[in-house]
Every structure is written in C-alpha cells, then in structure tokens.
Write a new protein. Sequence first.
Lengths: 239, 362
Amino acid sequence: MLLQVKNLRCGYGSLEVVHGVSLHVCAGEIVGLLGANGAGKSSLMKSIIGLMAPWHGGVWMNGRRVAGQPAWRSISNSMVLVPEGRQIFSDMTVRENLLMGGYHNPDRGMDLDMVLDRFPRLRERIAQVAGTLSGGEQQMLALGRALMARPKMLLLDEPSMGLAPLMVEMVFAEIRAMRDLGVTILLVEQNATATLQIADRAYVMESGEIILEGEAAELLHNPEVKRAYLGKGYKEVWE
Amino acid sequence: MLLKRLFPVIGFAALAIAVQLGAGALGKEFYLTQLTMAIYYAIVVMGLCLLMGFAGQVSLGHGAFFAIGGYTSAVLTTSDFSRFQDSLWAAALKRIHVLIPKADLYGGQVLTTTPWAAFVAAMLLTFLIACLIGYPALRLKGHYLAMATLGFCLIVNKIVLGTAWLGAADGISGVPEWNLAGGLVISGRSAVRVQNYYAACALALFLLILLANLVHSRVGRALQAIHDRETAAGAIGINTARYKLNAFVLSALLAAAAGVFLTHYTAGIGPSEASALKSVRYVALAAAGGMSNPWGAALVSTAINFLSLRGWFGTYDNAVFGAVLILIISIAPQGPLKPLGLWIRRLLSGARSAAGGEHAAS
Ligand SMILES: Nc1ncnc2c1ncn2[C@@H]1O[C@H](COP(=O)(O)OP(=O)(O)OP(=O)(O)O)[C@@H](O)[C@H]1O
Ligand SMILES: [Mg+2]
C-alpha cells in the first residue's frame, strides 16, 4: 500500500469539514475520489499533503507516518499535489514554471526535456508567460510541473475543472499515460463518468464522509453515485 | 544580457557623479548632506522592496528596526563603561578592541565601545528581534506580519520615549564619528562631505547589486513563487515560512544598518525615527518606486526624502507621503518608472518607424 489515510478529521477554525475518512491507494493504481461541491475533497487533499494540519487520525506514505509534517516536506516523500485551480506561477515563463517544479530535483535540466517531450504544446510555448496560456495549456503546465519533481504519487485536485470536453479528454489521456510511467494517482473529480472510466477503484464522498467505495467498473453503473454527486435534493429536482 | 545587467549600475554611478559635480558647480555643495541622508533612508526602502515586492509581505515596523540599529550604536558608543574597568569581561573586550579608552569632552578618561563593535552588536540584536517577531507571524498565511510589526513599532516608540538612558524625547546626541577603514570616516563634518556622499552612494549601489543578484537567483525565484501562489509553492517543496522569514530578517538588517550609518553621520538619533508614521513612509516610498524594482525605489525614495529633508513640503510633510501612496496605488500600481520606460520606448520606436517610413518613400 503506497498511501494510507486512517480516520482523518480536519477543518477550519472550529468547523470540522472532514469527519473521519479512511482510504488507501496501492502502488500503480488510479484511485478516484468523487463528490459534490463542498464535500470536503480539497480539504482532505490539503491535509494529506500537509497544507492543513489533521485534527485526528493519520496519513502513512510507504508505511511512514507523514501527517502533521509541513507541506514542503511532502516532496521528500515523493508525493506531489496539483492543487485545485492549477495554481501556476503566472508571472513566470513556462520554462521557469517547470524548473520550479523540480526545485529539489538535481536532474531538473534532464527532466525538463522529458516533460517537454510529453507535452509538445508546452515546448512550443516555452518562453511564454504562463499567465497568458489557455486554461487547457495551464493544466498541462501544472501536470508537467508536478512531474518535474519525479513523484511516486500524484494527488490531482479537479484537473478537468473549467475545460472544454476535448481538453478534458486530453487531460484524462495524460493521466492514464502518467500511470503507465509508474506514477500512482489519487484523482479528485466531479466528472464522475470520465473518472470511473480510467480509474481502478473509487471513493465517493458526501458531507465530509466516505459513503461509497468499490471497483470503478461497478460504481459506473451504481445509481447511488449519481445521487451523492448531485446532492441530497436531487430526487425532488430531477424526478 | 550582461550589458543589460550592468546598465543600471553604470547609470547609477554616472548619476551620482553628475549630481555631485552639478552641486559643486552651482555652489550648492551643502545639498550633498541631505542627499547623503536620503540615500541612507533609501537603503531601508530597498530592504522593504525585497520584502514587499518579492516575498509579498508588508512590514509596518521598519522604522523601529532603523531605530534599533541607530540607538544600539548611539548607546554603546556614547556610554562610559569605565566603572566596569576591573571586571573580567571588560578586560577581555578591551583586549580585542571592542572597548577603547578615550578622552571625553572635559579631558577625563572614558571607556567606550568602538563603532565597528557597536555596529556588529546592532546587527546581532536586530537579527534576534526580527526572528522573534517574524517566526510566529510568517508561519501563518496572510498579513499577520503587518499587524505584528505595527504593534512592535508602537512598543519600541513608547519604550524609547519613556527610557531615560535612551534620551527619552530628546534622543541621543554626541555620537562619535565612525572610522570605517582606510581613512574613510562616516561623519557629517563639511570637510568630509563629498567623501561621505560617495561612501553612501557606494554602499547603496553595492546593496542594490546584491539584491539584484539575490532576486535573480534560486532564492529569488522561490520568493516570487511564494508571492504568486503560496499553496503551489509549498506543494512543490518550497519551505515557504522559512523563505519569508529570511527575506524579513534580511530587510530588517538593512534598515538597522541604515540606522547605524545615519546615526554616525548626523551624530545622533531621536525617537521620531521609531514612529509608526516613519514606518508607513518607508512603505509608501517602496510602493512609489515600484515594489519589485529596487533600483526605481532607491531613486524615487532618495529624491522624495531629499526634498522632504530640504523642507520643501513644510508642515504638509506627512501628507505628501500619504498623497504619494494614494496616487501611486491608483495611477501606477507597479511604480511610475515602468510605465514611463514603456512610454519612452513606444515614443522612440514610433519615431524610428516614422523615419523608416520616410526612408522607404524617398
Ligand atoms: N479556507 C477555508 N476556510 C473555511 N472554510 C473552508 C475553507 N475552505 C473550504 N472550506 C469549507 O470546507 C468545506 C469543504 O470544502 P472543500 O473545498 O474541501 O470541498 P470540495 O469537495 O473540494 O468542493 P469543490 O468540489 O467545490 O472543490 C466547504 O463547506 C467549504 O465551505
Ligand atoms: Mg475542491
């Protein structure tokens, strides 16, 4: 088991938003984490990576307890988060962004070439200021920047957010390709169908708790997923 | 590329020389005194540029750091330690020339600290205090540092005003000259006015080059990344709290160093240096020069402080700094120099293409 989260609780101020979540990701898997707006997915990601201190429970990476460490240490556990909303460095060029991703990677010069080979669109725009890239290109850049750290495990927070269908397809193809490179992936998404098509397993989160888990292929046909995803009021609205 | 990097250095050096020659030719050499003071104040602003423009944090306490530098120097170099003459530590400090015997105004023997030792002490004290304030405030996201430093500045101001051995409302005067090295003396005597002007220019230029290199280094990139996207910077393994703290401490040290130099130059320091209004002024000047442009900030700050020291703004002095801040924020938030440069470039290329057009037509 590469990543294990046990009974994790966290929140903001005095408000708890994740109420004891347990999940695990095995090496080489793509695991989906689905849920409606405000379910607590991003908060869970932030406490796994160390951007938020967990209130209770623990996180283990390769059997080592990592919860409570500051975020910048997560890189030495080979775990990288691609945050919600991409968060590229908008005043830096594409090249500078990628090099920043390899901040602790002594071979970043070499890896830069590898990443640019994967993303030819980025090579074409290598000297462009990243803030002027299109949304899809920015997402590619965020993925490329994460790869520059040579992660074993990637946490992707809604990589398809705000992208056109064609671009979404590209991003999902890219995620699958990264898994084939040997990177393990925990994928947070609202796009349930696309996620369940590339994932091995998935969890469904609602109001800070895991309410469903299973093989992706099974969940794809489970009506409960849709219900959780659309929220409690969906029956009245849709039927 | 190298030429582009060297351009501001050469430009600044040429400007400094031109100003001195100009003042000499006009018979207004005494202008250089206020100019020297303004340059020392500009060093505080340069440090703030690093903090505000690159680390994205605001300090409202740089006046206090300036004062800590100045007061530490002033106290140590004007106090008489001769009653500790026989103690072990005094003897040890005497042996390494930290304490030296000197004749005072009335011919008596006193034991005082050498300016160099006082300078080192001031830097150490500032380092310690900046770490104490910055460490808790910078672990949090957001503008906690601004609040913490404002509180700190108010406290320092009150302490200075209420402490007899810090001169209370009168401040400390009679601070000796600082014999830097090789005959270079930091002093306000008119005989060494030109020499001191160039010393201040050289110091400022040296620090500007240092900052420019820092900004273009790995550290500078990391600071820029934190400023832009703190979450992402942390997620790619940048120790955000540590980098912000380093930038804060470095800028506090620059402010304190400026305080030490100016205190020796004017032979004294007063409590107004530690006022919150003074700190706000530095912030206004950093903004006025373009926060992420230390060169511009140094230039604008020197000019405005010079006019202020010459009394141009009269009783509206503080109002002028407020107005500058409002104007800059509303008209040119990146500082006036960048838009000005762009405008000149557009004008030049416009002229060039017009000339080219005529050429083609003929
Ligand atoms: N910085 C914050 N301060 C206070 N409350 C927050 C903060 N960030 C998120 N929350 C709250 O925590 C809850 C969970 O938010 P979170 O961002 O984790 O949800 P999410 O599942 O990622 O939603 P989305 O799909 O919209 O990204 C929400 O109710 C939200 O309002
Ligand atoms: Mg989210």
